[in-house]
Design a protein around this ligand. Structure first.
Ligand SMILES: [Zn+2]
Ligand SMILES: [Zn+2]
Length: 355
């Protein structure tokens, strides 16, 4: 099986009610011990509200054993011989583990590191401010049902990712179908503000809302916030127009799952920006020249320095404007010409800072 290459798995799991301060260190300890047992490496984040991970294993078998063990054996009570804490068992029972096999061993992470954070996605909605996913979270659709829903003209589809991700790939609903909305976020922290704006709410009122993101995690809290604002606005006796969308849905497993379900691409255009060494995901059976054309013609992605068509973040530059710092596209020519002069840095300006 080792000849079959390394495997990577992306998954997240929210935990409600959140782990208490007593449970939290135990959850981390248990997670790491299951990981080590199956030679798992990679990066994860753990918060009282759950975990979010990108992990690798040397073989496809080990990665599956790891996922199976999380599903079957998760019980933080087992660490101190206390099996009675039902609340903490079977946490990963319905988790969507998105596995990709056959990767070069060089794409494997060197070590396993799980960082403690306040929030899995930095919405600025930690602790008490977080709208409950159990109570307010949007309805999950399978990739197939989501695909069909994109044909409905009374639907608005929202890309809840950051704008630099959207620039190289996004969903383009069919003509006569849903309307795509790009909130043009620099980061997730800007989502609550965008959603609170009157203009946004007017665009969403009466519409069926579909959201999507890379792997699904960002939609969990994002849809919960939509529903919470909507419910709050209908219960307050204010003269302001209530915010009433016609249902809120998101795609289980996100774009990652959609592209595995529609290897020809479906209604997806371009490349799915990834936060691991693969850097991007493309529809498996779509011609790579066609994909490049989608990014340059339909999405108009260009080098931020010379403004020529460009489709990749591989040269790893960031916007140099104060308080921005998002990834920017820089072509190979500009990359090779680059001297780290101040003048050169000033040209590193993302599309949002240009507007
Ligand atoms: Zn250039
Ligand atoms: Zn910028």
């Amino acid at each position: 099986n080792k000849g079959g290459g390394a495997s990577i798995v992306l998954f997240y799991q929210y935990k409600e009610p959140v782990w208490t301060s007593r449970e939290f260190p135990k959850a981390l300890k248990l997670f790491l011990s299951i990981g080590r047992k199956y030679e798992i490496t990679g990066r994860g984040r753990i918060a009282p509200e759950g975990v979010n991970c990108t992990l690798t294993a040397p073989t496809s078998k080990l990665i599956r054993l790891f996922c199976q063990s999380l599903r079957d054996d998760w019980n933080i009570g087992s660490l101190d011989g206390n099996d009675s804490s039902n609340d903490t068992t079977k946490l990963f029972h319905d988790t969507d583990f998105k596995i990709t096999d056959g990767l070069p061993q060089s794409q494997k992470f060197k070590s396993l590191s799980v960082r403690k954070v306040e929030e899995l996605v930095a919405y600025g909605l930690e602790g008490e401010k977080a709208p409950s996913i159990t109570k307010f979270g949007g309805t999950h659709l399978t990739a197939v049902d989501y695909h069909k829903a994109l044909r409905d003209p009374h639907t608005v589809v929202i890309d809840v990712r950051n704008n630099y991700e959207t620039q190289i790939g996004t969903i383009q609903p069919p003509p006569g179908g849903a309307t795509l909305l790009d909130p043009k976020l620099r980061n997730s922290r800007e989502w609550p503000k965008w959603l609170a704006s009157k203009e946004t709410q007017q665009q969403l009122n009466g519409k069926k809302i579909l959201t999507f993101c890379t792997g699904g995690i960002r939609c969990e809290r994002a849809t919960a916030l939509i529903n919470q604002i909507s419910i709050d606005s209908s219960s307050t006796s204010s003269t302001a127009t209530p915010f009433q969308p016609n249902g809120v849905y998101h795609m289980r497993g996100g774009i990652e799952r959609y592209l595995k379900t529609y290897p020809q691409g479906g209604y997806w255009s371009g490349k799915n920006y990834l936060f691991d060494k693969r850097m991007e995901q493309v529809p498996e059976f779509k011609d790579s020249i066609q994909i490049e054309n989608e990014v340059t013609s339909k999405l108009q992605a260009k080098c931020c320095v010379c403004r020529k068509p460009w489709t990749s973040y591989r040269n790893q530059y960031k916007c140099h404007q104060i308080q921005c710092g998002v990834p920017v596209l820089v072509c190979d020519v500009c990359h090779n010409n680059s001297k780290s002069s101040e003048n050169q840095k000033k040209q590193l300006k993302c599309e949002l800072c240009r507007e």
